[in-house]
Design a protein around this ligand. Structure first.
Ligand code: NDP
Length: 467
């Protein structure tokens, strides 16, 4: 077990203000693998002061200089691929192949995209007799979750750096180790002191201190809707900008005429990868009544390929999340859904580790708790619809609107349906994830967009000069 010290503040690791520590647990074997300091309001205050002091200098740099630093950061992350993948596997529990391909490689792609964007992004435009300048918002307080621990950091820090903002990060307490690797990469990339600062700690202490700090101009949060609401209220009272990327309950709508086997198989992979801990996961599969039984059978067969502890399905992040997910599975059974795979008990031979049996529920009705609330585990609900209008009503019938999928015989039919969905992203007939496309939610799924040029805009003010 390793005991890590210090917070990364003003370009150096400095001792934490308090003595409290956070234990980092490997969810695969429940062993404590490391401890990190639990930051206090004092650590947050020091970090925000450093970020404020660094802001004017960083904001004044040329886009090419910021691009050079972000390129160096991308390279420093790429050079740490194995260390990042190993760290995420150890603290989150993700299988090694997924850790490499997604947890390590996606942040490299996102960082690279912002270095590239700076080559062409216009920070100035003419509108009639006005010149409009796009200027950095200031100090960003970034609060991130554990599910894609490095991606969530880079999706906030890279556009903030590109805009000319400085950053204080409070990562999730379950996954602080990869955040420390990120700080090392920032240091190696040669960013000026204070442009990036890291305070590890607990949400209600360090997180709350950061969200409410008067020196923070924008709070960017990803996590649960409950905490997001609280952060928005705090930020609203102080008239701070806020960006929220919250939960989801996305629909995978399979229309008649679609390739059913492909739609079901891709849908299962979408939900069960990362042990179901993906905010944009298509956790509700909507199937026409005439194809329903066939789809349920295909889903059960596909789910059987996900063996807990095998190379496709790791544990969930913590005992708390395991208990929460199992509670939802029990609730589904109580409310009358039909279990066709999985269940609430520990998987065979996996009494240690926070493993969940990959679970497929059939005969789920749209009003059931499992069809309405975010479960965040390898659990999918297969829901029957009668016609297209019924499918649309069900798809739009939750408080969330983050992502989704539509499968149809042709793209025009799928597109027409997708345009009527109240959601921020829809994949048509298996369209690939695009790290440049804006990502974010309608309704309770959040405010604002991350990634690509739209993500950059979140970190910019606009100023008009009239001539
Ligand atoms: P949280 O929303 O509690 O955690 C997200 C981040 O917010 C963490 O860094 C957390 O710190 C911090 N935080 C917690 N409370 C506060 C606060 N009062 N003020 C400021 N920051 C705070 O999510 P959970 O980890 O509790 O997960 C619960 C559920 O949330 C999941 O089951 C899932 O449904 C949803 N979720 C959604 C995610 C998404 O990607 N949209 C990601 C993660 C969870 P700390 O780690 O110390 O608690």
């Amino acid at each position: 077990m390793k005991a890590y010290d210090g917070m990364y503040i003003d370009g150096a690791w400095r001792p934490a203000a308090g003595d409290e520590r956070i234990e980092v647990v490997n969810p695969a074997d429940e062993q404590v693998i490391a401890t990190v300091p639990a930051g206090t309001a004092q650590d947050v205050d020091e970090a925000v002061r450093a970020a404020r002091a660094a802001f004017p200098g960083w904001a004044a740099t040329a886009p090419a200089e910021r691009a050079a630093r972000i390129t160096a950061l991308r390279d420093a992350l790429a050079a740490r691929r194995e260390e990042i993948a190993g760290t995420v596997s150890a603290e989150l529990g993700a299988p090694p192949a997924f850790s490499r391909a997604v947890h390590a490689d996606l942040p490299v792609a996102v960082a690279g995209s912002y270095a590239e964007l700076l080559g062409s992004h216009e920070f100035e435009e003419k509108i009639g007799n006005s010149t409009v300048f796009h200027e950095p918002v200031g100090v960003v307080g970034a609060i991130t979750p554990w599910n894609y621990p490095l991606h969530q950091i880079v999706a906030k820090a890279a556009p903030a750096f590109a805009a000319g903002c400085t950053v204080v990060l409070k990562p999730a307490e379950d996954t602080p180790l990869v955040a420390r690797l990120f700080a090392e990469a920032v240091h190696e990339a040669g960013f000026p002191a204070g442009v990036f600062n890291l305070v590890t700690g607990r949400g209600p202490v360090a997180g709350q201190a950061l969200a409410g700090h008067e020196g923070v101009d924008l709070v960017s949060f990803t996590g649960s809707t409950a905490v997001g609401r609280q952060i928005a209220a705090t930020a609203g009272a102080a008239v701070k900008r806020v960006a929220l990327e919250l939960g989801g309950k996305s629909a995978n709508v399979i229309l008649p005429g679609a390739d059913l086997a492909k739609a079901v198989n891709v849908g299962i992979a979408n939900v069960f990868s990362n042990a179901g801990q993906t905010c944009s996961a298509w956790t509700r599969m909507l199937v026409h009544t005439e194809q329903y039984d066939e789809a349920v059978a295909l889903a059960a067969t596909a789910a059987a390929k996900y063996v807990p502890g095998g190379d496709r399905l790791g544990p969930v992040v913590s005992a708390r999340q395991r208990d929460r997910v199992r509670g939802y599975i029990r609730r589904g059974i109580e409310e009358g859904a039909r279990l066709v795979a999985g269940g609430p008990d520990a998987p065979e031979g996996r009494s240690t580790g926070y493993y969940i049996r990959p679970t497929v529920f059939a005969d789920v009705t749209p009003g059931m708790t499992i069809a309405q609330e975010e479960i965040f585990g390898p659990v999918i609900c297969v829901i029957r619809y009668e016609d297209e209008a019924d499918a649309l009503r069900i798809a739009n019938g939750t408080v969330y609107g983050l992502a989704g999928a539509v499968w149809a015989a042709d793209e025009a039919t799928a597109t027409a349906f997708a345009r009527r969905m109240d959601t921020g992203q829809v994949d048509i007939n298996g369209g690939r994830f695009n790290p440049l496309a804006p990502f974010g939610g309608y309704k309770d799924s959040g405010i604002g967009r991350e990634l690509g040029a739209h993500g950059l805009t979140e970190y910019l003010h606009t100023k008009s000069l009239q001539f």
